[in-house]
Design a protein around this ligand. Structure first.
Ligand code: SF4
Length: 333
């Protein structure tokens, strides 16, 4: 599950750390979702971590802590799609299930000179048909490795054991396969946050609730999506971000904007990152509040949502742009 949407090298680092903390499904089930999300932090697609946690509870309570070698039972766990099901059945249990990831799709598209638009649908039956009975583990991993190391984006045909069988190579079309997909439109997103600290050097965090993205993770106060002109310069974007955060703080905590203008510096830490089809530019301003302002903030946040003042930001699972901002803020003292 970690390796979906994650590169191998990164996945291995996370996997080793994860296995030290959670060597068994029972150990996940006995932990907290907060701890699971914290270990997952940086891998993105947090629903996968929530699904592992939910599945571990089922495995622990219903299957005595052992993942069942049974298609229907595995399917009924949280977040199990065709790919994960095949990977568990084929690689973990060595049952005759072919696993088709992007690497395997590319190998088959070239091997059979396949121009089908729905490549996954076209490749899956071919991969299944060629699977040698009882050898799913070696077969699946060999195909994935071939795609990752030899039949790469630019194919290394000179090193490939499949040259004698490869249709697109025979036709000199190996670089034209797979047929490129239409490029996804990338949507630019501007966001603005404020790292608010109090006289005890605690940071104000709030938890995201009922959100499609990064739900239940902790973040600094601010706004996710600001409308802006895509042609804006970095300076213009930062100005828009600053004005937006001043208004947001002013309206939420009932503090006049003119006072905030004086107290919140126009220096900001900028983080850019990509997620799904969005390119995020997030500005993080900072504000060290006096006790008087802390009281005003506390008065106006009471009862409006899960906020905390904390010194333990390290222990709180955060989206990666907030984590970067936290580290930058800590380094600057
Ligand atoms: S011969 Fe070339 S194109 Fe064909 S499978 Fe091997 S590396 Fe890929």
């Amino acid at each position: 599950m970690m390796l979906q949407q994650t590169q191998m090298e990164r996945g291995v680092r996370y996997f080793n750390r994860w296995m030290q903390e959670f060597p068994t499904p029972d150990s996940i089930a006995e932990s907290s979702l907060e701890k699971v999300l914290q270990l997952w932090e940086g891998l993105g697609y947090y629903s996968r971590a929530r699904n592992i946690y939910a599945s571990a509870k089922i495995i622990s309570n219903t299957y005595n802590g052992k993942i069942p070698c049974d298609e229907a039972k595995i399917r009924s766990l949280a977040g199990i799609g065709e790919y994960t099901l095949s990977a568990i059945m084929g690689i973990a249990f060595e049952k005759d299930y072919a696993v088709v990831d992007a690497n395997v799709e590319r190998v088959f598209a070239r091997l059979f000179n396949c121009t089908d638009k729905n490549l996954k649908k076209a490749v899956k039956p071919l991969a299944q048909e060629l699977l040698p009975h009882g050898k799913a583990r070696t077969y699946n991993q060999a195909l994935m490795e071939l795609g990752a190391l030899v039949c790469k984006k630019i194919p290394q045909c000179a090193n490939c054991p499949l040259v004698p069988y490869c249709e697109s190579k025979k036709l000199n079309l190996e670089r034209e396969r797979p047929v490129p997909k239409a490029k996804k439109e990338i949507i630019p997103v501007l966001a603005s946050f404020c790292i608010i600290t109090n006289s005890n050097n605690e940071e104000l965090l709030r938890q995201r609730t009922n959100q499609k993205l990064w739900n239940t993770l902790w973040e600094y106060f601010g706004i996710d999506t600001i409308i802006f002109d895509n042609a804006s310069s970095a300076e213009e974007k930062q100005n828009v971000a600053r004005q937006s955060i001043l208004i947001e703080i002013s309206e939420t905590f009932k503090i006049p904007k003119a006072i905030l203008e004086e107290n919140i510096s126009d220096n900001a830490f900028c983080v850019t990152s990509n997620y799904t089809n969005h390119k995020l530019t997030a500005y993080f301003f900072s504000w060290h509040v006096t006790e008087e302002f802390e009281q005003i903030i506390n008065k106006n946040i009471s009862g409006t949502g899960p906020y905390v003042w904390t010194k333990n930001t390290e222990q709180s699972a955060m989206p990666s742009h907030h984590r970067k901002a936290h580290q930058n803020h800590k380094e600057k003292g």
